[in-house]
Design a protein around this ligand. Structure first.
Ligand code: SF4
Length: 121
């Protein structure tokens, strides 16, 4: 039987989960080691559709701040991170920018926007 170790990051406790392949279990895996049910959802999402919030910076062309912190508005599929970073590295912004402004709509066809993480004047 195939199994995989996963650390749950849904809360600061960080339970050490083990996912065992089991065709009879919900989602195709039997999960052990969780302290609450969020651990089960976390493990199944991590095994079937792993996602991360992408954080980075982009160049600012007309400010004393040379870089603007940015992030995706929601978690994006992990396998799209490289493609998203290519788009992030291609853009430069002009101030003023407000926190939450959309800088790239539907980045890398994820359906999720890249937004500013802060204001710059
Ligand atoms: S399983 Fe529950 S208690 Fe454990 S880290 Fe995940 S969310 Fe926290």
């Amino acid at each position: 039987m195939q199994s995989k170790e996963i650390i749950c990051t849904a809360c600061p406790i960080g339970c050490h989960l083990t996912a065992h392949r089991d065709k009879n279990a919900k989602g195709g895996y039997r999960i052990e080691g969780y302290s609450c049910k969020r651990g089960i959802s976390y493990a199944l999402a991590e095994l079937t559709d792993p996602r991360r919030i992408l954080t980075s910076t982009v160049r600012v062309v007309n400010s004393t701040h040379k870089r603007l912190p940015v992030r995706t508005a929601e978690a994006i599929p992990k396998d799209k991170i490289f493609q998203c970073m290519q788009e992030v590295n291609r853009i430069a912004v002009k101030s003023p920018v407000k926190m939450g402004d959309i800088l790239i709509k539907n980045i890398a066809d994820t359906g999720i926007d890249l937004i500013s993480s802060r204001d710059i004047k």
